[in-house]
Design a protein around this ligand. Structure first.
Ligand code: ASP
Length: 363
């Protein structure tokens, strides 16, 4: 029987009714008591790491999850993390960069209705998550409403109904039908995971609105190392409002700019229109192509946690998603894992140096 570690972090799944609205109250043991048949699927140990509404989740909590998995990696065959749905996509993306190439499953799940409610998606989601964690599904994924979604591709696209998550610009990894995992895509993995524990959290996101000028971008760039701008369509910035000079000046001061799109599907292609062409050709801003904004946030935090060297940061930003490089075909982050293996020794050496210098650490 596979041994699985259940890591509780809160969310609706563990919530109860309070005078001030739903709040995470249940322990992981209490969650498990709702699934008496789970002993037929796997042996479960429980850790109560956090008990938060995921609106309160912060990057240091991602690192806490990574540490918990790292410390317990040898003792378990897989990991289930219960988590609020609101920021689960950010956590899943962050864990994908911080735990690379894991041959063991790291499965996030949660629910739209608390486990104690008569009508709830909690029990099926949690049971499915255990089934996946006890299977040979490598890497980080979200299991929700019978869908298995790659950790870097998930986005919360519905606030109320059970189909809360979609896989963006990439197919589901698989589905669960009557308790059986049917896999569409097999992810590559390494013989052992590579753990990172540094993030640069000074990454900001700006959603463009018509008529906006550079002032909000200036404000954010003054306080952060990187700015992601969600612009319109395939991408570009207004020709009025001083954006071009704004980006040029801040980039000269070592800041990183990524353009992405507000459109939910199919990604950016900034060079296509006049409003984007010179940003790409002359300023060489980065663009997200088919990555989700959640993944770009996490990826930038991960990259800038290791290096601020522009050439190296650009290489890392594009290296792993060849779909992003050609902007045509979303080959996705399965290739990311392969690339991560190529750079493993290099990354490990740099991480050790950062750790030794006490930089970017939340310890
Ligand atoms: N607000 C809750 C949370 O993210 C929503 C949920 O879990 O579905 O923690």
């Amino acid at each position: 029987m596979k041994k699985i570690l259940l890591i509780g972090t809160g969310g609706t799944i563990a919530s109860d009714v309070t005078e001030d609205g739903l709040a995470p109250e249940l322990t992981t043991e209490q969650l498990l008591s709702h699934l008496p048949a789970i002993s037929g699927i796997c042996d479960v140990d429980c850790v109560q790491l956090l008990n938060l509404d995921s609106t309160n989740m912060r990057p240091e909590h991602w690192l806490k999850m990574v540490r918990c998995i790292r410390e317990n990696y040898g003792r378990y065959d897989g990991f289930v993390i219960t988590h609020g749905t609101d920021t689960m996509a950010y956590t899943a993306a962050a864990l994908s960069y911080l735990i690379q190439g894991s041959p063991k499953p790291v499965v996030l799940t949660g629910a739209q209705k608390p486990i104690g409610f008569d009508s709830t998606d909690s029990k099926i989601n949690l049971t499915d998550a255990f089934r996946c964690a006890a299977s040979d599904l490598p890497g980080v994924s979200i299991v929700f409403n019978s869908h298995v979604i790659l950790g870097t591709r998930a986005r919360k696209t519905r606030t109320k109904s059970f189909q809360a998550f979609s896989s963006i610009n990439y197919p589901d990894l698989g589905v669960l039908r009557d308790g059986v995992l049917l896999r569409y895509i097999r992810q590559d993995c390494a013989a052992a995971p590579f753990f990172c524990d540094a993030l640069d959290t000074k990454v900001a996101l700006l959603k463009l609105t018509p008529g906006q000028d550079r002032s909000a971008a200036d404000f954010l760039l003054e306080r952060n190392d990187a700015l992601i701008i969600e612009s319109f369509g395939v991408g570009g910035l207004p020709e009025q409002g001083g954006f071009y000079d704004c980006l040029r000046d801040w980039m000269a001061q070592g800041k990183f700019i990524v353009l992405t799109t507000q459109v939910p599907s199919e990604g950016s292609d900034v060079g296509v229109y006049h409003v984007g062409h010179s940003l790409k050709a002359n300023l060489r801003v980065l663009e997200a192509y088919d990555m989700t904004t959640e993944a770009v946030v996490a990826k930038l935090m991960w990259i800038l946690g290791q290096t601020h060297d522009r050439a190296e940061a650009e290489r890392l930003f594009y290296a792993t998603d060849t779909g992003a490089l050609d902007g045509v075909e979303a080959k996705g982050y399965d290739l990311y894992m392969v690339e991560a293996n190529h750079t493993r020794a290099d990354l490990e050496a740099r991480m050790e140096a950062k750790r030794a210098a006490g930089e970017f650490s939340y310890e």
